[in-house]
Ligand binder design. Structure first.
Ligand code: HEC
Length: 155
């Protein structure tokens, strides 16, 4: 009987101990996560990760670019994006109010990494549960799509 009591006490102590302190592996995981959260620069956190690493300037609306962007968008993007309602992906209405032009371009050009690694991409992936596939769009074409998005606002 005594031995049983003793082993119950030992067990309780062990359980308490394992609850209160992390194993080295748990600690490493925690530290690993911290490293991940700070692995991005300010620029990357706001504007995404991908080939666009500097601010771009939006000049006066370039209608030729708008038309080109619209044509690409209609052929490669409308399968998953609608103007003002959630579809496979988020609506594109007012996207430039939510996101910077650089973020939009990086998302178009690097959707897989954005969804898997970037904090904002991860949030969207958790919501939409689909990784947007790369649509074979060049940087120039992504810029044209941004120009088209400039015309797609609610007013
Ligand atoms: C197969 C479906 C699919 C196609 C095709 C697709 N997308 Fe997406 N898109 C998504 C999903 C899903 C998301 C949400 C993020 C995620 O889960 O990867 C998304 C997210 C985005 C975002 C980020 C939106 C935000 O609110 O930050 C942009 C910008 C975008 N897509 C643009 C495009 C453009 C431009 C094209 C065409 C070149 C395109 N997408 C083609 C599915 C798609």
């Amino acid at each position: 009987m005594r031995i049983i009591k003793l082993s119950i006490v030992t067990l309780a102590v062990m359980v308490l101990y394992s609850c209160s302190s992390d194993s080295p592996q748990q600690q490493a995981e925690r530290n690993g996560n911290q490293v991940q959260e700070t692995e991005f620069t300010e620029f990357e956190l706001e504007h995404g990760i991908g080939p666009v690493t500097e601010k771009i300037t939006l000049d006066e609306l370039d209608l030729e670019k708008v038309a080109r962007g619209q044509a690409i968008f209609n052929s490669k993007c409308t399968a998953c994006h609608e103007f003002d309602r959630r579809f496979v992906g988020p609506p594109y209405k007012d996207i430039l109010e939510r996101r910077s032009p650089e973020f939009v371009m990086n998302f178009i050009l690097n959707p897989g990494e954005m969804a898997r690694r970037h904090p904002e991409g991860k949030k969207m992936l958790a919501e939409f549960l689909t990784v947007m596939p790369f649509q074979n769009v060049s940087k120039d074409e992504a810029r044209a799509i941004v120009e088209y998005f400039r015309t797609r606002t609610s007013d």
